[in-house]
Design a protein around this ligand. Structure first.
Ligand code: ARG
Ligand code: ZN
Length: 471
């Protein structure tokens, strides 16, 4: 046999041998480790590479008496590469076991990275299930800006899990970056007499024996993990429906009912107004979770059920509901794009006010520009401290310029293109990026395309410019 023919035969034979050998030793050749972070400009270790989660099934049990949380997370994901190992973001609580496709897996933890080594490599394109069992007494995490997130127990048996930007890793393992959205089934077991509330719709509430009740919640629409929530407390629950049939579930901590009643009664009307202004409400349910006053330092737009630290006012409820379109349905590509959440939700407050007998957005815009705090009531706001598209560090992503100068960007677009094109832009943006992720560059390109206007000066001065804009 000629040498060339021999090598031609040898190559496939060698491949077969390697494959056989890999099979016989239990090793496989196709996998490599998934990345431990997604290189977010502000939170480089948030999220993980090599897979996308399709579904989280969280089975949680919380005991308000001793603050113990026990959890089983079953994470169904699709591999985007062959994986010899992959990471989950998880912080604090003790891991008691991990399996992949039903087979025990090795794992280790460094900081908030949980590295899982399945017994057998995961093939590229494979949909695989990872089960993590864990438990302990969760402690809150502290944000770069000093606020608390993660699992926060607020006294009197009440507790809440929140996760913006990276607190969700304090109460369940996951791919905790907004770019990986998934469906959720969350079951929470609590002592009888307590309510457990999560995102989406309540599928069942049943007595599971031992004086305990299990609440099963489902979020069928994609959700970023920072928008997941679980709240436990002796809430007073009211339910209803909006005019167009979105189901409403509102849970209010005892002592906050009186002060919450009038504003929560307006949630259906706000959802209808949002649908008329921004396009159809993106989810099948809506509601509120009112925690005890001062139990956390902020409200959060947790998907379908914003969390409030005590009875909210009208502006705050409108703000968190507006996030359902802007932030929750259309989510930021990275934490640099936060103004796409906060600028929009703030501008929604301005729009709501002007269409409900309040001050016009134009008047508010002028007042901010002039430093006149008598109009908005947000005294001392430094709206121009930095450009909204580039906060000067992770501790600034929730600062005033992201909210107010972000809103002013939208008002500047409206001034340039007029109301008809502006509202068409808002509706188009929400519709075309529904359930997805988008970046600032996506928005500027989209706005130019949709309105046909040249908005370069608006971007240069208002979105990216370091100097304090004059007009
Ligand atoms: N996104 C929340 C809102 O509706 C605020 C979150 C504030 N978080 C923080 N770490 N400062 O505006
Ligand atoms: Zn907000």
């Amino acid at each position: 046999m000629e040498l060339r023919a021999l090598t031609r035969l040898a190559a496939p034979a060698l491949a077969v041998l390697i494959a056989l050998c890999a099979g016989c030793t239990g090793a496989t050749v196709q996998g490599r480790p998934g990345a431990s972070g997604l290189r977010d400009p502000y939170f480089p270790r948030a999220g993980n590479g090599g897979y996308q989660v399709e579904h989280y099934a969280l089975d949680l049990a919380y005991d308000p008496a001793d603050g113990e949380l026990r959890g089983t997370a079953v994470i169904t994901a699709r591999a985007e590469q062959g994986l010899s190992s992959f990471n989950l973001d998880f912080s604090g609580l003790k891991v008691e076991g991990v399996d992949v496709q039903g087979v025990a897996a090795r794992y280790n933890r460094t900081g908030s990275e949980l590295t899982v080594r399945p017994a057998k490599d995961v093939r590229k394109g494979e949909v695989f299930r990872t089960k993590v069992e864990y438990g302990g007494r969760p402690k809150p995490l502290v944000d770069p800006d000093g606020s608390k997130e993660g699992w926060i127990s607020t006294g009197g048996g009440t507790a809440v899990g929140v996760g913006e930007p990276v607190g969700s890793m304090g109460w369940f393992p996951g791919n905790h970056h907004p770019s990986d959205k998934a469906a959720y089934d969350v079951t929470v077991t609590v002592p009888a007499g307590y309510e457990a509330v999560s995102n989406g719709e309540l599928l069942s509430r049943r007595d599971v024996g031992g004086g305990r009740t299990a609440f099963a919640w489902r979020s069928a629409e994609p959700m970023a993990s920072y928008l997941a929530t679980v709240a436990v407390g002796k809430f007073k629950v009211t339910t209803g429906r909006t005019a167009s049939g979105v189901s409403v579930y509102q849970a209010v901590s005892p002592g906050e009912e009186e002060a919450s009643r009038a504003v929560l009664a307006r949630v259906p009307e706000m959802v209808e107004w949002g649908s008329a202004t921004f396009g159809p409400y993106p989810f099948r349910t809506v509601g509120s979770i009112v925690m005890p006053a001062r139990s956390l330092g902020y409200a959060l737009e947790t998907q379908t059920k914003p969390v409030y630290p005590g009875a909210p006012d009208e502006e705050l409820v409108l703000h968190e509901l507006a996030h359902q379109w802007f932030g929750d349905s259309v989510s930021p590509r990275s934490w640099k794009d936060m103004w796409l959440n906060e600028g929009f939700a703030t501008y929604a407050e301005w729009l709501w006010a002007e269409s409900h007998g309040g001050v016009s957005a134009q008047r508010r815009f002028e007042a901010f520009l002039a430093g006149d705090t008598s109009v908005d009531g947000h005294a001392g706001v430094d709206w121009a401290a930095f450009p909204p598209a580039s906060p000067p560090g992770a501790e600034h992503i929730s600062d005033d310029p992201v909210y107010y100068r972000g809103a002013m960007v939208l008002h500047r677009i409206r001034q340039e293109v007029g109301d008809e094109k502006f509202f068409d832009l808002l509706r188009g943006w929400a519709a075309d990026h529904r359930y997805g992720n988008a970046s600032t560059a996506d928005f500027t390109a989209y706005a130019q395309r949709r309105t046909g206007a040249d908005l370069k000066r608006v971007w240069d001065v208002w979105l990216y410019g370091d100097a304090r804009p004059k007009a």
